[in-house]
Design a protein around this ligand. Structure first.
Ligand SMILES: CC/C=C/CC(=O)SCCNC(=O)CCNC(=O)[C@H](O)C(C)(C)COP(=O)(O)OP(=O)(O)OC[C@H]1O[C@@H](n2cnc3c(N)ncnc32)[C@H](O)[C@@H]1OP(=O)(O)O
Length: 718
């Protein structure tokens, strides 16, 4: 709703009230319209100030209302009512003016912002465009290039930048509402003719076509199939080429197109999913709202390889004192140099002070004796990690959390090496650890709720999105990756090429296809794991070479590794590169010959595989594993899986995540296609729909927010 009050006798004040961000719900819009009419009808009122309660102007349209039928007054007539007002209207911008909130401010005749406020049009991240005149007013106010930048990227600007661009009239360090009231009094009675942005001509720079061409190229490069950025460009184009009223019509058409698209629904689902994962729960009943994190001031990192260095940087940048341990002098000195460089670049990029003095380096594990939390980041080797955990358990002070950075090893096995298994938790960082936003917090059956809460909070303080997941091989992300990779390998055996598989996945929206990712991260990584699992048989020839543990197995990755083809680092992998460490993947005729030979050797006849099969087999096998993970209680809900896949594995955000995507395709269709492929390839694992997927499909493809009702409720063992 919106509250009306009178200040200083002649100023009508309209205060938006809709916690937490004063979003423009139907009730708020109704309130604004009613209060505007009241302010305009009261003869004592000479000017109007619009502000938001609790120091937040407005976070835009209420996204929670997007799924339902529209009620209340629409935004466009509301902003026209304000702009057409005969009395000056001043926006007092504190905290945020985003999306519809900024459109509301642009309809006011003046804008006063607090110096700490941020402003922007983030609609593009929700699959939309600013649909209440934003695409028509902003270019008129600040010019086409700046408007294109803000609208197509969705980036937030500070009040200072907004002032520089001409979006706001004044910036104050004092109370912005008081400043706006004073300002409103000072402009009482002045003509408003030059203050209505919709009446401004839209500037037409001489190189207009080139500007739009560049903008389109830019969004095509970065959008990876998302339709909103390009549509934003089209809407701004209408501001330049059409009169305001016609431009508004075009904006409405384009907005409707986006609003009803699957991409907008996916992005809006993802917006809430990313927030939902912080309300975590575990399979044994621990929860975010009943588990108190422990205080952590000082942390330690053991092992300063690539991951350990990134984790050290993340901790120091988040303000923790860090003890960084590497037992070899030479490696410690190299790590120190690398970490300093990363901190310097980070400080420069983010404009923050250097955090060098937060870190103490040591060659001795004993140096961690007084820390509150240790993150072990040594090689992914169970025996080595066990030794480290035995040492830590003996050295660390009572109550210190012992965390392991592992991408899939058993947390409980490590916990059993310590005197206090309840203090052990996994923190699976993604490389590069100081850049990637995702953290899988892995709880074992004995991890205490406070320890999970502490690790979740640590992740948040490091600027990461933490997702709590249960303990199983590969946790959520890497466990789902296995069937995805397997299908890709089988497709090569059956006749596909790495470039074909990657092209299909990249057209779907992945930044890189599965084989390019494998070349980037190194084929030897998976090879080592398969070796330690006893999967890589020394004599990988003959029919038996394609069977492991009774299931079909593709040794293709092993065979490439045996030939020293580890990917980018060796200049050869699934693709070829111009040199070791090269980045540009090129199809490799050697690999094609190798695949032909391999097929001939194993009696496989190459067939033509279409794009649909590549996509369905890779993605549906991955999705099927996701449902198995939900069924096993490893992830509490589909949102957890989707956030992990978008932030950690390059799943296109505009497709919501694998579980959301499955719902959009139709769960019955996913089941039907998996069964189809299973019938044709009975020996291929991963194609049998799991029982939860079947159950949900049979219960009529319920909306994703209803899945939790079907997934069995965890029983508390606490
Ligand atoms: C013609 C119609 C045109 C419409 C165009 C639009 O206006 S679309 C909406 C444009 N606005 C946005 O995209 C803003 C989205 N919100 C944010 O970016 C951030 O939430 C924030 C406002 C910068 C605040 O960030 P902060 O980190 O402080 O808090 P949270 O992100 O955790 O948010 C707090 C809770 O508020 C909910 N919320 C935020 N914005 C909205 C919104 N516009 N509508 C509804 N709800 C919103 C958010 O979901 C959090 O609540 P939870 O219960 O925790 O989920």
């Amino acid at each position: 709703m919106a509250l009306y009050s009178r200040v200083s006798g002649s100023v009508g004040m309209i205060t938006l009230q809709n916690p937490p961000v004063n979003a423009l719900s139907a009730a708020v819009r109704q309130g604004i319209v009613d209060m505007m009419h009241r302010a305009l009808s009261e003869p004592e009122v000479k000017s109007v100030v619009i502000c938001g309660q609790n120091g937040k102007f407005c976070g835009g349209a209420d996204i929670r209302e997007f799924g339902a039928k529209m009620t209340g007054p629409p935004l466009v007539p509301m902003v026209h009512l304000i702009e057409a007002a005969s009395k000056p209207v001043v926006a007092a911008i504190e905290g945020i003016a985003l999306g519809g909130g900024l459109e509301l401010a642009l309809s006011c005749h003046y804008r006063i912002a607090h110096s700490k406020a941020t402003l922007g049009f983030p609609e593009v991240a929700l699959g939309l465009l600013p649909g209440a005149g934003g695409t028509q007013r902003l270019p008129r106010l600040i010019g086409v290039p700046a408007a294109l930048d803000l609208i197509t990227t969705g980036r937030h600007v500070t009040a200072a930048e907004a002032r520089q661009l001409g979006i706001v009239d004044e910036v104050t360090d004092l109370n912005a509402v008081d400043a706006a009231v004073k300002f409103a009094q000072s402009v009482t009675g002045k003509s408003l003719d030059a203050r209505r942005i919709s009446t401004y001509p839209c500037p037409r720079p001489p190189d207009l076509d080139a500007i739009f061409e560049r903008a389109m190229q830019q969004v095509r490069r970065s959008a990876r199939g998302a339709i909103a950025p390009g549509t934003c460009v089209q809407a701004v184009h209408a501001a330049v080429t059409l009169p305001y009223a016609k431009g508004m019509e075009r904006e409405r058409e384009l907005f409707s197109l986006l609003f009803t698209s699957g991409q907008a629904r996916a992005l809006q689902y993802y917006f809430f999913a990313q927030r939902a994962v912080s309300r975590w729960s575990t399979a044994n009943g621990a929860r975010w709202d009943t588990s108190k994190p422990r205080p952590v001031r000082k942390a330690a990192v053991i092992g300063l390889g690539t991951m350990g260095r990134g984790i050290t940087v993340s901790l120091a940048q988040a303000g923790f004192s860090v003890v960084a341990v590497e037992t070899q002098e030479q490696q410690l000195s190299e790590a120190k140099q690398a970490v300093s460089g990363m901190l310097e670049r980070g400080a420069k990029r983010r404009g923050v002070p250097l955090a060098h003095d937060k870190i103490k380096y040591s060659c001795s594990v004993q140096a961690v004796a007084d820390v509150d939390l240790v993150i072990e980041a040594v090689f992914e080797d169970m025996a080595l990690k066990k030794t480290v955990f035995q040492q830590l358990s003996a050295i660390c002070k009572p109550g210190a959390l012992l965390c392991t950075n592992t991408s899939g090893l058993d947390i409980d096995e490590l916990a059993s090496q310590t005197q206090s298994p309840e203090l052990v938790v996994g923190m699976h960082f993604f490389a590069p650890a100081h850049v990637m936003q995702l953290l899988e917090v892995v709880y074992g059956p004995r991890s205490s709720p406070e320890v999970v809460a502490t690790a979740m909070q640590m992740g948040k303080k490091m600027g990461k999105v933490s997702v709590a997941v249960g303990n199983c091989r590969g946790f959520v992300g890497n466990r789902m990756l296995k069937p995805y990779l397997e299908q890709a390998f089988f497709l090569l055996e059956e006749g596909a090429t790495p470039e074909q598989v990657d092209q299909v996945l990249e057209e779907f929206g992945f930044a890189m296809g599965v084989f390019k990712v494998s070349d980037l991260s190194g084929l030897d990584v998976g090879w080592k794991v398969r070796k330690s699992d006893g999967l890589v048989s020394p004599a990988s020839t003959g029919t038996s070479a394609r069977i492991r543990g009774g299931s079909r197995y593709s040794p293709l990755g092993d065979l490439l590794c045996e030939r020293g083809r580890f990917g980018q680092k060796t200049g050869r992998g699934w693709f070829q590169y111009d040199k070791p460490g090269g980045r540009v993947a090129k199809p490799d005729p050697w690999l094609h010959g190798f695949l032909e030979e391999y097929r001939a050797q194993h009696g496989l006849v190459a067939r033509r595989i279409d794009h649909q099969e590549v996509l369905e087999r890779c993605l549906y096998a991955l999705i099927n594993e996701g449902f198995q993970i939900l069924q096993d209680g490893i992830a509490a809900g589909p949102e957890d899986i989707d956030v992990i896949y978008v932030l950690g594995y390059g799943w296109p955000r505009h497709r919501g995540g694998p579980m959301f995507y499955a719902g959009q395709v139709g769960l019955d269709k996913v089941v039907e296609r998996l069964e189809h492929y299973q019938q044709i390839h009975p020996d291929v694992p991963g194609l049998q729909p799991c029982s939860l997927l079947r159950k949900l499909a049979a219960s009529g493809n319920p909306a994703i927010h209803k899945w939790r009702e079907v997934i069995q409720k965890p029983r508390s063992q606490l």
